[in-house]
Write a protein that binds this ligand. Structure first.
Ligand SMILES: [Zn+2]
Ligand SMILES: [Zn+2]
Length: 305
């Protein structure tokens, strides 16, 4: 598979880096000492999806692997609100716009032909809205709108991760294989599930869960998964994603900064570059606050609870 996928996912499974990184790790036990920043293992998620507000706010990411699509400089311009912001050492940006591709039917963007094909192969044929991508009456747009109206930033989950699970099974020749893979994730008691749903949807969670279930069924019903569409089954699916979904964060700017940190420079050039980067982060903080990365979540078999 494409090396680019590995880069992105090593980013989300590495040992947490400095304050500038966007890395999440759950449990790691190892017989040897692990250095800060070291990659322990690389795992591709079964499914992943960008958070919906994050996407709406123009954090442009590959629809399949969540790799950032903006060049580091464009990213800095948007996050600082300064269209004239220029970055030194532009050659350190790893974004390859010449490789980007879009779905010819709905125009959703991918970082590479590999990601476009992998998405089409696994789930996108079912989920592709075609020319209805901006139609508010399209069942998937209604579902996403309802989700955004109950789950605000800072986001921790997306209904589209569940949609991709269903679409994956719907599209698969060997449906049992995928159902078995998804059933490995840990399940909870009914009470624990309610708590998780409460946490994600707030106090009016029961009515909201029912509304989401209705829209989810309208958009995606699948006979072989009929249990996921019942009130109890939907709550369990919801809790599964809430419990097992791992955060994924990507940023072309952050990768550019890491590449800058690794440059061998004369002391005065190093100082100049570090001062520049510190000021850049101050400007971003002032303009955008804490939301720096393309963010989403995914289901990882090895990293599940
Ligand atoms: Zn990609
Ligand atoms: Zn499409």
């Amino acid at each position: 598979m494409a090396a680019s996928m590995c880069d992105v996912f090593s980013f989300c499974v590495g040992v947490a880096g400095g304050a500038r990184g966007a890395v999440e790790v759950r449990f790691v036990s190892s017989a040897k000492l692990i250095r800060k920043g070291e990659t322990i293992f690389i795992e591709r998620p079964l499914v992943a999806s960008q958070f919906l507000w994050n996407a709406l706010y123009r954090y442009r990411a590959c629809d399949h692997c969540l790799r950032a699509l903006e060049k580091a400089e464009e990213n800095a311009q948007r996050l600082t609100g300064k269209p004239g912001q220029v970055l030194p050492y532009p050659e350190l940006c790893t974004v390859r716009k010449d490789l980007h591709q879009h779905c010819p039917h709905c125009q959703v963007m991918y970082c590479s032909a590999e990601c476009r094909l992998a998405a089409a192969e696994q789930y996108h044929r079912i989920l592709c809205p075609g020319p209805s991508q901006d139609d508010p009456q399209h069942p998937l747009n209604k579902l996403q709108e309802a989700w955004r109206s109950v789950h605000y930033p800072p986001e921790t989950a997306s209904i589209m991760l569940m949609a991709r699970m269903v679409a994956t099974v719907k599209q698969a020749k060997d449906k049992d294989h995928w159902v078995r893979l998804f059933s490995q994730f840990c399940s909870k008691t009914a009470n624990e599930e309610e708590e998780i749903v409460h946490k994600l949807l707030g106090d009016k969670f029961k009515g909201q869960l029912e509304l989401l279930r209705r829209l989810f069924t309208e958009a995606l019903y699948e006979e072989t998964l009929s249990q996921w569409f019942t009130p109890d089954g939907f709550r369990s699916l919801f809790a599964l994603v809430g419990t097992n979904g791992q955060g994924i964060g990507t940023s072309s700017l952050s990768q550019w900064v890491h590449a800058c940190d690794a440059l061998e420079l004369k002391p005065q050039d190093r100082e100049k570059l570090d001062t520049f980067i510190d000021q850049l982060y101050k400007d971003i903080e002032a303009a955008t606050g804490e939301f720096l990365n393309c963010e989403g979540s995914g289901l990882f078999v090895l990293q599940s609870c």
